[in-house]
Write a protein that binds this ligand. Structure first.
Ligand SMILES: Cc1ncc(COP(=O)(O)O)c(C=O)c1O
Length: 400
């Protein structure tokens, strides 16, 4: 195949305008849903929040849902509800957004990083087991890029060692494991509705659970620790009907009613968005299967994945460029990638806490070669073709 001059060297880019690795899709019905709430009586703590919680419970098969301000708040509430604190250890993956580990730090616990499977990039259950000590209290497993983790094995490990199982499904609304929707598998499941996720409420998050006790704690954690139902009061003779009661230390992590209305409207399109994401993933998989320089993420058969990110891993032994050069060349072709993620313990905050590089060799090796290429439902087939063309053009240029 003849080499075509790269845009970064002054050649013609594969496309005129820039596309990004992810973006939201807001349509007129979404805008109308928000506007209707804004003109109503409640713009926060109103009926749209109750309605979307009910809807999320239906979609995920969970008994209870608490919506919150964002996915980070969801994880913080889960850590509080799990009763985690000083002296406790929480096992998680380094190949994730920092919030998956930070939730342990918020409550005074220590994150412990288990390595990932080199092919699926998800946390490796054997590595979880290897990191269990008498201080371990919980596992935060992340459905990385939307693919379900190996729930059966992780659940078994948690049961055996009496650990709380938290699933960070920030990437994975709509994903199923052995036919069961994410949200009803772990003890608590946390979602994010940030704009690059499959559905969005601007900022937003949710925690789902089947356990009524955890549900109560999640509510308290997200609403100042305040209860309003007189039956639940410690004070049996309240002075008047204005009385409400703060029973634990909580936070104001509430979602507004207009965001809840947007989220409900987006949930109506979950299947449509999910199907389009799957179509694009299939196109990419097909396009890269005969490109030995590009390694794609393997899927376990148990996961029916609504993919949030599509990651290509460069086989740098087969290329003359660095990841940085490849990434910059993609930008010049007008296909803007991103890297998900820098291993969490590489950040100065964690280095200052005593974590050292080299803890999780698989995650570190994956990090060195990866980038996320555009994946979102608004992409046209032409957009997808141009991403593929950019990857192939650059591989062809730098092939050894
Ligand atoms: C795996 C993971 N967990 C948690 C979060 C936090 O979600 P939010 O940005 O809604 O706070 C994100 C967000 O990108 C994420 O990717």
């Amino acid at each position: 195949m003849e080499k075509e001059k790269l845009a970064i060297h002054g050649g013609k880019p594969v496309r005129e305008n820039k596309i990004f690795y992810g973006r939201q899709w807001i349509q007129d019905d979404d805008v109308q849903a928000i506007a209707a709430v804004l003109k109503g009586d409640y713009i926060t703590c109103g009926p749209s929040v109750d309605a979307v919680e009910k809807k999320i419970s239906e979609v995920t098969g969970a008994k209870y849902t608490v919506v919150v301000a964002n996915g980070t708040a969801a994880l913080h509430c889960a850590a509080i509800a799990a009763g985690l604190g000083e002296g406790d250890e929480v096992i998680t993956t380094p190949l994730t957004f920092a919030a998956s580990a930070n939730c342990a730090v918020y409550v005074g616990a220590r994150p412990v990083f288990a390595d990932v499977n080199p092919e699926t990039y998800n946390i490796d259950p054997d590595s979880i087991e290897a990191h269990i000590t008498d201080k371990t209290r919980a596992v935060v497993a992340v459905d990385f890029t939307g693919q379900a983790v190996e729930h059966d094995r992780i659940r078994e490990i948690c049961k055996k060692h009496n650990l709380v199982y938290i699933c960070d499904a920030a990437h994975a609304i709509g994903t199923r494991y052995k036919g069961q929707p994410e949200g009803s598998i772990a003890d608590m499941t946390c979602f994010s509705f940030h704009p690059v996720k499959t559905i969005t409420s601007g900022e937003g998050g949710a925690i789902t659970t089947n356990d009524p006790e955890l549900y109560k704690k999640l509510r308290l954690a997200s609403q100042h620790g305040i209860v309003r139902n007189p039956d639940d009061f410690v004070e049996k003779n309240p002075e008047g009907i204005w009385y409400y009661e703060m029973q634990t230390l909580g936070y104001n992590y509430r979602m507004t009613d207009f965001q809840a209305a947007l989220l409900s409207s987006q949930l109506n399109k979950l299947e449509q968005f999910s199907n389009r994401r799957k179509e694009i993933v299939n196109k990419y998989n097909e396009a890269f299967k005969d490109v030995p320089e590009i390694i794609v993420q393997k899927e376990i058969p148990e996961s029916d994945t609504t993919r949030h990110l599509y990651i290509i891993q460069l086989d740098l032994d087969k290329l003359t460029c660095t990841r940085r050069e490849f990434f910059d060349a993609m930008s010049a072709e007008n296909v803007q990638c991103q890297v998900h993620y820098v291993p969490v313990y590489w950040f100065p905050f964690y280095q200052n806490m005593g974590y050292t590089k080299g803890l999780c060799p698989n995650a570190e090796k994956i990090y060195k070669g990866i980038m996320s290429i555009p994946l979102y439902p608004m992409l046209t087939d032409e957009d997808v073709e141009s991403s593929i063309a950019a990857v192939k053009k650059i591989v062809n240029w730098y092939r050894k």
